[in-house]
Structures are given as structure tokens and as C-alpha cells.
Write a protein that binds this ligand. Sequence first.
Ligand code: AMP
Length: 177
Amino acid sequence: MAKTSAEESIKAAIRDVKDFPKPGIIFKDITPLLVDSHLLQETVSLMAATFKGKNISKVLGIESRGFIFGTLVARELNAGFVPVRKKGKLPYKTVSATYDLEYGQDTLQMHEDALKRGEKVIIVDDLLATGGTCAAVRKMAAEMGAEIAGAVFAIELEFLKGRQKLQDLPVHSLIKY
Ligand code: AMP
């Protein structure tokens, strides 16, 4: 019961912004959720819950809203945090993953020494849409030898079927549309 009402309050705090960043997109704005200390804490503890006690050593947060939830989830799990950034932003040697967008391609990077072989990690972002971003991060982390235990999102746009792109990866999300 308590869990349901927390999720309802979180959902009520997410703001739809029409036609941002381009016509036809309904952007899920999480900033009204972030300014509410209680809802922010609630969101982070629900996101972390599934992976508590599972020996997760690092959280991979995807630029940029995945940094916000990712560091807080990492704190909750006593794990480290790895920023997954857009190309050209990280200062040291990097590994890259390129993936297809609706129009064109994008590249994400991690520092080449960010993960150790065999360590258990999770991927965190604010929102799962088509799953392309998360799939690219998963592939990059797997190539570095990490064991990817799952992915967690505050929001999932179910109609875009992102889970299909992530196949057998355990995927968790709090709020579904
Ligand atoms: P995808 O690779 O399609 O799963 O897209 C996920 C990434 O795009 C996440 O980092 C989201 O923050 C962002 N994103 C996609 N669609 C939306 C949306 N409607 N509102 C807010 N962010 C979105």
C-alpha cells in the first residue's frame, strides 16, 4: 500500500512538456520531483531497492540525468559511480559505444579503467524510451568484462518497447506510461 502511494506521488510530480526539444516529443521533466526532498529520497530508495544486498560494486550513470539518480543510487548501495558521457567530455583514455538514433548516430564513452573484469554493475538513467542508449552502455560494459546485473529507470515509456532491445537484462522502472 505505502509503495503504491509513493509511486503515485512520484508520478504526479513528473511534468509533461509538449514539443520539447522538438515538435511531437512529450518531454518528461523530472525537475519538480528533484526539488522535493521527500519525493527525491523516496524515488532513489525505490530505485535502489531491487539491488540492495546484491553486491553491486558500481553504478553506471548515463549523461546527464542519469548522473543525478545514479550517484544517489550508488550512495544507497554503497557502490562507486561511473559517469557514462557523451563523446569528447571525459579527460582520460576512453572506450566508446556508438548507437543509432532516429536520425543519425550518437557515441557514449567511459574511462577505460572505470570497470574491473568480473565486477557486478548496474546501469541507471532517468528514463527508458527505445532502449538504444542503455543497450549501448550494456554492450560497452560487457566488453570491459563487467557483469551487468540490471538496469533501473525512474520512468519507462512502455509503448516504445525499450525492454525488447535489452533482451534478457533485468530491467526495473518505477513509473510507466
Ligand atoms: P532511448 O535510448 O530511446 O531509451 O532514450 C533514453 C534517453 O533519452 C534517456 O537518457 C532519456 O533521458 C532521454 N529521453 C528520451 N525520451 C525522453 C522523453 N520523452 N522525456 C525525457 N527524456 C527522454
